[in-house]
Structures are given as C-alpha cells and as structure tokens.
Unconditional design. Structure first.
Lengths: 95, 483
C-alpha cells in the first residue's frame, strides 16, 4: 500500500487537521515508511489465529441499567464557547 | 397487488425498497453512560460527561440494552451473534461531541432474520432482515432559533439505538408501510422499543431504486429521517416517480442522500460533499468485543412473549375469529391484551364484536383511548356473559352498554337496578303475543293469506310490547306455533 499526496490531503480534511502547503508531500513519504515497516508483519503466518484484543484475558464489563449521572447542565456547558438557555450555541450548520 | 409497477413512457418500472429503522432501545439509562435515556427534559439535563465527549471519559455498556437487542433479534427470527464488536464511525457534526459514533459494523450483535408483513388486500409477504446492531444516538441541533447560530441539545446523545436493516425485499410503498407497521408492533410486544414515532423513538431511512422488471438492481438513493408510516409511503411514491422521470429523460441516478420535505411531500438532494460517507470505521479501543453465552440467549428465548403472528393464529384457530378481526385485535399490544382479558370464559366472536364495534365506537366518539376506557375488559366480558346465558337480549345489551360507558358500573348491576332481565317465561310471552294478535286481526289475516314477510312485523310488535325484554328465540318459536 502506498500513500500519495492526495490521500494525505483527504485524510487530513476528514480529520479536520490543517496542513501547511508543503507538508503533504513530506507526510506522504513519512507515512509510507511507517506503513512499510508495519507491512513486514504481513510476513507472519496468522492463519487460524484469533485476533488479540487485549493482553489481559477479561470480558467486556457491563453496567446495570440505572440512572447514576446527568442533571449537571452547568458542568456540561462549562467549556462551551457560547451558550443560551441550557443549549450549546455554535455557528449555523445546516444542509 | 404488492408489486405496484410505475407506468413510465418506456414501459413499466419496478420499485425496489430497503429500510433502515433506528429504534430506541427501551431502557432507563444510556448505552454507555448512567445519564437518563428517558424522553423529555430541559436542554442538556440528561447528559453525562461521557455523552458530552469530555476527554478521558470511558464508555461502559448497559447490560440491559444488550438483552434488549438479543430479545429483538429473537423476535425477528434472526441469528444471534455470540461475538460482536463495537466500532467507531468517524464524522464531524456539532451534535456529535465525540467526533465519532460508537456503532457496530463488520460484526453486529444480530444477523439475518425475517418477518411476515400483512398487506392491505389480506395477503402476507416475508421480508428478510439483513442485520441488527447496537449504536449510540447523536444529539439534536436546532437551526430555527437564531439567524446565524445553531443550538445543540445533547439529551439524546448516547441513547441506545437498535438499527434494524431490512433486505431490499419490498416492491411498493404499501409493502414498506406494512413493514414499518409490523416491525413497530413486534417491538412493542417485545417491550424493547416504545415505537413512539412522534418522540423519535423510531426513525426510518428509506433506500429506493427503480428498474425494469427482471433487470439488475438500479442505483439507489437514501431518504433520511422519514418519521411516520404515512411519510414513508409518500416519500417512496415521490422518489420512485422522480427516478423514473430522470432515467426516461435520458439522465442517470446518482447514489446520494436525500431529504424528505413533509410539507411538499417531495425529496431533495442533501448536496453533501462526496467524501462525507468516508467514515473510517475501526474497532473502538475503549471497548472489548461483546461476547455472549449461549445460555444467556436461551434464557431470553424461553421468556419471549407471544408475538402478534402467533397470537393472531391462536385467535383464529382457538377462538373462531375471522382473520380480519384477529388482525385488528393483535395490531396493538394493548388491544390484544384487553381482548384476552375480556374473553376469559366468554364467547370469542361475541367479545370481539362488542370490543371492535360498540366499545370502539363509543371510545372514538368520546375521543378516548382503550387505556382510558370507562368499561374495563372484565366488565365487557361480564356484559357478553349476560348475553350468552340469555339473561339479556342483544338489543337490551346495547342500552346496558351505554349505561356502563356513562357510569362505569357492572352490567349485572345495571340489569338488576333497571329490571332489564330477559323474559323467558313462556306464559308471560304468550300473553303478549295474544294481545298483539288480537290488536292486529287484519295483519293476521294477511299473513295467513300468504304474506310471510309479516312475521317480522309480529316479532317486532311483541318485542316492543315487552320493552325489548322478551327472549327473541322464544318469541319466534311461540309466534310460529300461534300463527
């Protein structure tokens, strides 16, 4: 797999990361080196091996269905750049 | 009837429809946080720091929601996957504070299944279910409160949703409407979703394409957030016609997301950027795979309630109802339960008639729902019991019913108080018959001269004289003898 300048720009756009004009070319090179290194892992035969999801053998912990949180509007809105009547207020986004 | 073909200028077109239904899983708290998942609160009151996407907050799954998803899967006759995986669906929008939605993608909790839908002409059709997966809901943006700003309420953020994806098995707007209706009924029987479309507990995305019958599938368009059965119907009719017009006009259908405008009944393009659908799913590193024991699934399966199709079959087979009446009764869980309570020890057909005509009519007139009925299921059963054992006639029963509806009293009490007991004493009835015959010598002569139709006149007169209380069977029998 090889990454070109266009792919880097697209991924940056999707992730909302701003790139300086000359950065994309350089990043494409860096990323290709990283991917090349990781690609070496493909040489290992993993047929029949379950993917490992953690180093400790444990189950997904579950919660009881109880209301234990919420009713904390002030804290939730504390970092909001703008708020009105309990709402977050953001620049208009409408399709 | 179900394949409703569209007549175009170049011949007939077939509509192909698949539906994605987002059903909010009935629970107290959210899928991954302890904030309330109940509808109706002031803005941002039902929000924890997990739902607001604060840094470092970790999701912990609500075990009840897992049970609800499995229960729903079983109710849809679907395969339950003992191993499923939560993934991140990445996109940016102000009402999605995490920057991703926790969903399931390659390994959903429920796989393929099927349900049977009931069509307007009385026929049924099997519709395949592709999958059901668990995911978080997003918050809500209000765009109409301010000229330059949008307001964001995160109360819905993190609510547990079951996304139920059908196979593209539907061929008309009627079938799609029947599918949504049936799915809603099943979810309500299961108690896994309240099915309240007004409050957004069930929302549909509709995939529509058209093709010449027998051709390959056409390019589809997805219509987002169609939130009532009626709108599903309208949106499909309009979208299918639009696509036929585009193709016949020499154009091509672009795969795109469209919005349904409820005011005009039309759909329009959302004009999204082309890479808006590049969600870059990957397994959520905050959540281990969800692994279920077969015994857990079996225990849920053993406790499934009787579902509408099974109930309908039983109503027809054991209680002698017509398929139509049985269908109407099972369509709403409350109605079916009311009927089952009223019919205990009573005549099935008679109870169905009284429930679906008299009680139904009275409730509609009074603008009340079944749960607000002044006549309880037990009381309705009591009234039918009095008819069946000949204590009162069907005619008197209507008066008794009106009184019950007005006062909430038991039928037996009203019959006692007003002395409405049916007269079955042949001597007393004979006396009335004699009086009627004596008062109408000319009619008697006509009847004897061959005018058979007058028999009804005599029955009517005798019933009238007795204040409606004479047993009609005995009146008929005695009159025949006397004439």
């Amino acid at each position: 797999m090889s990454i070109d300048k266009n792919t880097v720009e697209k991924v940056a756009r999707l992730a909302r990361i701003r790139l300086e004009d000359d950065k994309a070319e350089q990043l494409a090179g860096d990323l290709n080196k990283i991917l090349g290194m990781i690609a070496e892992l493909n040489e290992v035969d993993t047929a029949g091996v379950e993917p490992m999801t953690g180093v400790i053998d444990m189950k997904l912990p579950e919660r009881e269905d109880k209301i234990t949180d919420g009713n904390n509007v002030d804290a939730v809105l504390l970092n909001a750049p703008e708020q009105t009547a309990g709402f977050f207020v953001v620049p208009k986004v409408v399709e | 009837m179900s394949n409703a073909l569209i007549k175009g200028e170049t011949g007939e077109w077939e509509i192909v429809i698949g539906l994605e239904v987002h059903a909010q899983c009935l629970s107290q708290s959210k899928l991954f946080s302890g904030a309330s998942a109940v509808f109706g609160a002031a803005p941002n009151e039902h929000v924890s720091t997990v739902d607001a996407g604060f840094p470092g907050m970790l999701p912990v799954i609500n075990g009840h929601c897992v049970s609800q998803a499995v229960k729903t899967g079983l109710g849809l006759n679907a395969k339950i996957n003992l191993h499923s995986v939560f993934e991140r669906k990445n996109y940016f929008y102000p009402d999605l504070p995490q920057g991703y939605q926790i969903s399931q993608y390659q390994h959903p909790i429920v796989g393929e299944g099927e349900i049977e839908i009931d069509l307007p002409d009385g026929s049924t059709k099997v519709i395949g279910i592709e999958r059901l997966h668990l995911e978080q809901d997003a918050g809500k943006s209000l765009h109409d409160q301010h000229p330059q700003k949008s307001f964001v309420d995160l109360n819905r953020s993190g609510n547990p949703l079951m996304e139920i994806v059908s196979k593209p098995d539907m061929r008309s707007a009627d079938e799609a409407a029947a599918y949504v209706t049936k799915l809603r009924t099943i979810l309500r029987y299961l108690g896994t979703c309240d099915g309240n479309m007004d409050e957004g507990s069930m929302r549909c995305d509709v995939n529509v394409s058209v093709r010449k019958p027998g051709d390959e599938l056409g390019t589809r368009c997805e219509i987002k957030n169609v939130n009532s059965v009626r709108f599903v119907h309208q949106a499909i009719e309009h979208e299918a016609r639009r696509q036929v017009e585009v193709i016949e006009g020499g154009g091509e259908i672009k795969q795109e997301t469209r919005l349904f405008d409820t005011k005009s009944g039309t759909t329009r393009s959302m004009r999204s950027k082309e890479d808006a659908h590049d969600y870059r799913y990957f397994p959520d590193p905050d959540l281990l795979p969800l692994v279920l024991e077969q015994s857990f699934v079996d225990a849920i399966n053993d406790n499934l309630p009787e579902l509408p199709d099974a109930k309908k079959k039983r109503f027809i087979g054991d209680l002698g109802l017509t398929p139509y009446d049985a269908g109407v009764l099972v369509a709403e869980k409350e109605r079916a339960y009311f009927y089952e309570f009223a019919v205990k020890g009573r005549d099935g057909k008679l109870v169905a008639n009284w429930l679906l005509t008299e009680l139904w009519g009275a409730l509609n007139k009074a603008e009340k729902t079944l749960s607000e009925s002044p006549v309880s299921a037990e009381q309705l059963g009591g009234l039918v019991g009095l008819i069946s054992d000949n204590t009162i006639s069907g005619r008197i029963a209507k008066d008794v019913f009106a009184e019950m509806f007005a006062t909430g009293k038991d039928a037996a009490v009203i019959v006692d108080e007003k002395g409405l007991k049916q007269v079955t004493d042949t001597g007393a009835i004979e006396k009335v018959i004699d009086e009627v015959l004596a008062a109408n010598p000319d009619k008697v002569a006509e009847y004897k001269g061959g005018k058979d139709k007058l028999f009804g006149f005599f029955v009517g007169q005798v019933m009238k004289q007795s204040g409606g209380k004479a047993n009609p069977g005995i009146v008929n029998e005695l009159l025949k003898k006397k004439l």
